[in-house]
Ligand binder design. Structure first.
Ligand SMILES: Cc1cc2nc3c(=O)[nH]c(=O)nc-3n(C[C@H](O)[C@H](O)[C@H](O)COP(=O)(O)O)c2cc1C
Length: 201
């Protein structure tokens, strides 16, 4: 059976490069014969602030969280694959995405069980970074996103088939205006190659 993918993206503008990469991912997943649930965190108005209703109770992993969180958990459970497209802000996911993880990837659901419920899923974190790979390397930060998300979230939740792919150099202000369309095409081609590597598994 063709896989069902939860495609999450997080960007305030629908004309952003991030949104274009998310659209590309959507098209590629559908072309591959799968079904896709698109979760645009900004468009859906997701509230990233963790309040007491969604705070883990370390003494009760069966805790009933808020209805909004359980609705998101159901969308994750329904998916074979989870693809998350986002810009890197301060070497981390945007707050709306971080809050989605804080609230939804909760104790008893995503972690805290001897048999992790999400272990069989496959996951791709597709990140866009303004700086070049060389600039990130020079800062000694090359592994930060991979460590935070693949190890810190996916593997912590038992998901072994997880990867982080980064499209670098997305900041276009230094590119002359007449060369930007060509640069955007090259960045989208890189995102496409990153998707291909994962979708063809
Ligand atoms: C608040 C903020 C923080 C950012 N932090 C980083 C960063 O730590 N590293 C980096 O390479 N780019 C950083 N950027 C640049 C974004 O990654 C870049 O704007 C984005 O990938 C471009 O895609 P977009 O057109 O979809 O926004 C930051 C941008 C913003 C708005």
């Amino acid at each position: 059976m063709a896989p069902h993918t939860l495609l999450v993206h997080a960007h305030p503008r629908s004309d952003s490069l991030t949104a274009q990469v998310a659209d590309l991912a959507h098209a590629r997943l559908k072309d591959a014969g799968g079904t896709v649930d698109v979760l645009d965190l900004y468009a859906e108005g997701f509230d990233p602030v963790l309040r007491p209703a969604d705070e883990p109770d370390w003494e009760d992993r069966e805790k009933r969280y808020s209805p909004e969180v359980h609705a998101h958990m159901d969308r994750i459970l329904a998916a074979d694959d989870i693809v998350i497209v986002f810009p890197v802000w301060w070497m981390a996911p945007p707050a709306v995405l971080k809050g989605w993880i804080d609230r939804v990837w909760n104790y008893g659901f995503a972690y805290g069980r001897s048999k992790p419920r999400l272990a069989a899923k496959r996951m791709l974190w597709l990140a866009l970074m303004g700086q070049s790979a060389q600039e990130i390397e020079a800062l000694g930060l090359s592994a930060v996103v991979d460590t935070q998300l693949r190890l810190g979230v996916s593997e912590y939740c038992g998901i072994e088939d997880a990867s982080v792919r980064i499209v670098y150099g997305t900041e276009l202000s230094g590119v002359p205006k007449d060369r930007r369309p060509e640069r955007v095409r090259a960045l989208l081609a890189e995102a496409d190659a990153a998707l291909e590597g994962v979708l063809s598994r």
